[in-house]
Write a protein that binds this ligand. Structure first.
Ligand SMILES: CC(C)(COP(=O)(O)OP(=O)(O)OC[C@H]1O[C@@H](n2cnc3c(N)ncnc32)[C@H](O)[C@@H]1OP(=O)(O)O)[C@@H](O)C(=O)NCCC(=O)NCCS
Length: 247
């Protein structure tokens, strides 16, 4: 009974839309899915593997949330809205975790054994986020909506993106200034572009230095300077007609 009460309290604390006990009891499929999982987890533990799987599919039909009976869930898990949430067989979810709709705690399809993520206490996962593989999301970390997490996330951090990168760590903003820190399929292309830009900047600096040296050695006459200024101005305006243009 104590556990049911703390589940209800967790909903009321974390969702400002939850106004009454009746509303929480009847309108929160996340709560029903967690309670359903408690039953199927006990059945699974008692060796009733197929019945546990079958009941979990009935719960999925009713709530839109699929939790494998073998998954280990902590206290006060709150699944808000819920539709499309999938929690895999070897996933471990700590206490006070919040998940939004369409979150997947799934496998990468490449591993056996422990192949689903571990979410430590206090983790928050935004809607449509995919956390894939045997990775760990550290305590009190937040995963942004729509993210794809493929690597461990340290505690007290916020990650976003596909695949994710850290934007906050221990309350401080983390800015990416070096493209080598971004790890995704486009990284190599971005790194190549940034290296080319660095090379071109170096060439421009070199040319400017050379130009300045030439100026020092051969200063332009007043007439040459006047002509140069006129040409530069003319090139910027581009509102004149070249001989032959427009005929
Ligand atoms: C990840 C999240 C928790 C971060 O919130 P926050 O700490 O307030 O972060 P900020 O708003 O300061 O954003 C910091 C940067 O990350 C970017 N960002 C935030 N969330 C992002 C996301 N989900 N995906 C990509 N980038 C994101 C912001 O654009 C901002 O970038 P900028 O500084 O270059 O402009 C939040 O954005 C989020 O995704 N919450 C999930 C909400 C949700 O699922 N709601 C469902 C309701 S039904």
């Amino acid at each position: 009974m104590g556990r049911l009460a703390e589940d209800i309290r967790a909903v009321r604390e974390r969702d400002p839309a939850a106004r009454s006990l009746m509303e929480v009891l009847l309108c929160y499929p996340g709560l029903h899915a967690v309670w359903g999982h408690r039953l199927t987890h006990a059945m699974w533990g008692a060796g009733l593997r197929f019945p546990a799987r079958f009941v979990s599919q009935v719960v999925r039909l009713l709530t839109g949330i699929e939790i494998h009976p073998a998954a280990q869930l902590g206290h006060r898990l709150f699944i808000d809205h819920g539709m499309g949430v999938v929690i895999g067989e070897t996933a471990i979810v700590g206490d006070d975790v919040t998940l939004y709709q369409s979150v997947t705690l799934g496998g990468t399809g490449k591993e056996r054994g422990k192949r689903h993520p571990t979410l430590c206490d206090g983790v928050f996962v935004g809607n449509n986020a995919n956390i894939l593989g045997d990775i760990t999301i550290g305590e009190n970390s937040r995963v942004g909506a729509g993210s794809v997490v493929l690597q461990d996330v340290p505690p007290n951090s916020t990650v976003v993106g596909v695949p994710t990168h850290i934007i906050y760590r221990e309350g401080k903003r983390v800015l990416i200034t070096d493209p080598r820190e971004v790890k995704d399929p486009l990284s190599d292309a971005v790194i190549a572009v940034s290296q080319r830009v660095e090379e071109l900047e170096a060439q421009v600096r070199e040319l400017r230095g050379e130009q300045a040296r030439i100026h020092e050695q051969h200063p332009l006459t007043a007439e040459e300077l006047e002509r140069l200024r006129y040409r530069q101005e003319r090139n910027q305006r581009r509102d004149y007609v070249q001989m032959g243009e427009g005929i």
